[in-house]
Design a protein around this ligand. Sequence first.
Ligand code: NA7
Length: 569
Amino acid sequence: MANRDNAGASATPAERKMPPMVDVMVIGAGFAGLYAHYKFREIKFTTFGFEAAPEIGGTWFWNRYPGARCDVESLDYTYSFSPELLDEWRWSERFATQPEILRYANHVADRFELRREIAFDTRVTSATYDEAANQWTIETNRGDTVRCRYLVTAVGCLSLPKPPEIAGIEDYQGRWVQTAAWPREPVDYAGKRVAVIGTGSSGVQSIPLLAEQAVQLTVFQRTPNYSVPAHNGAVDPEYEAQVRADYAEHCRQRLRTKGGVPPRINTGLPAMEVTEEERRAKFEEAWKFGTFTLQSVFRDITSNPEANAAVAAFVHGKIRGVVKNPAIAEKLIPKGYPFGTKRLCLDTGYYATFNRDNVELVDIRATPIERITRTGIKTNEREYPVDLIVFATGFDAMTGPLLALNIRGVGGKSLNDAWKDGPFSYLGLTIAGFPNLFTINGPSSPSVLANMLPAIEHHVDWIVDCISHMESNGFDRVEADEDAQNAWANEVAEIAAETLYPQSNSWYIGANVPGKPRVFMAYIGGFDRYIDRCDEIVGNNYAGFSFSVSGANGAGGLTDGFEAMQEQQ
Ligand code: NA7
């Protein structure tokens, strides 16, 4: 298993040329962290960053399992901040693979020299606000202590994998791996008996490839997921030419959409207002096109139970059409929750994989796993001997990575206490009681429901504008008001309640992690509407935020010190 906690590295903070103080500390060096460094450098702020992985890439560094790909089309999974970057980067596939996305991240880091202020192999162990100094102190597992005026988290939404939760793992004599921490050296599964636990996106993407080489693949399914064919292939040259004719405008259009991706097939109609024949034709068109279109081809798929049932029945028919054994097909058909309310998967040959002789599906709701033994997996029915267990069991999503930072705000209050009943945040960007802390793609922003790249750019731009506004008005402390935060939490919950999403036991609502509060954690009103709300609040003189002058001093001197140190290097 890849080591997600590289505590063994030996250089001391002094040897590592750690700055004692910077303007902005950025935690994480995925797409969000990289852009934050770029943007703060543009306004001449000093930044420094810690990253637990040995390289940049965030989620795209860790999730290197077979078949790992983006489920947003490559031409849209791009930064828009640099026209030159848009021009020069060419994607090879409609949905990019993990290695290609990691190459893109590295290209961006090289092109804009973004590695310079990042310490890798370093995990943040605490972040504490010092009210007297109006500074944050960040500590790491390598003994570093760095202070900063502003703290920006860029830790990702799906970056804290759930531990294997099944009894007996310590007894197992074979090898086990997690999709979310797939080893860098090749994992040999050819000719082996392989088990996969979990059938979310990571399971759905890896299962067809594992099945091709394993002598026997056993899939342990707790909840069947809806998956639609990706129809991956080379980037369509005609579509690419159309996008590239005015790429910047295409990117601007992303900001005016519900999901951060300009829709290609969208009737804009309620599904039940057309005839059954027309509805079916549109579902077929969306199915053939791929992407998340089936979810948005009619405007009420995720809000009207009747519309949702219609699309669910359509997909059930597709699964029955592909899977030859009717009993297996029935096991694979999602039932009991609305279509699309657990994250939809995009696949290449997923359902057809269950027609293979070397693939077996175990429904662990019918025959629960009792434990892992020395040699395999034991359900209440029988034991399955396996050489390799792949845990594709997902993440403590959205709040997990933030809570793991051990953040303490005003009066030493911990974020874990503040969020014991669920994540409370204003706009998903700031948290009452935690001044000068900004959370990129934090809970209660669109985050996982929007295309990550434009969502990141929007948040980083917002944060930089907010801090620039403070600086130019002589303030050095910003904090969300508790009332505004509560009102925002209500707004987010009310919008979610208008949809079918809260009905399913998804990670959006924390249901996949035992004991996690059941709160819908993303703003589901649409990326476009969210941007409008942010603009409205800024236009209204940052309504709901308190700006102040802390009276603390000393920050500038130390910051200047780091600048001098950087010049010497
Ligand atoms: P997901 O979507 O959370 O899927 C995890 C899967 O593992 C899902 O089928 C879970 O069943 C199953 N699971 C989780 N815990 C257990 C235990 N303890 N026992 C058995 N099965 C379990 O994670 P992914 O990594 O696939 O995808 C995450 C996102 O990454 C994805 O949506 C894309 O946005 C990219 P459950 O459904 O909870 O019953």
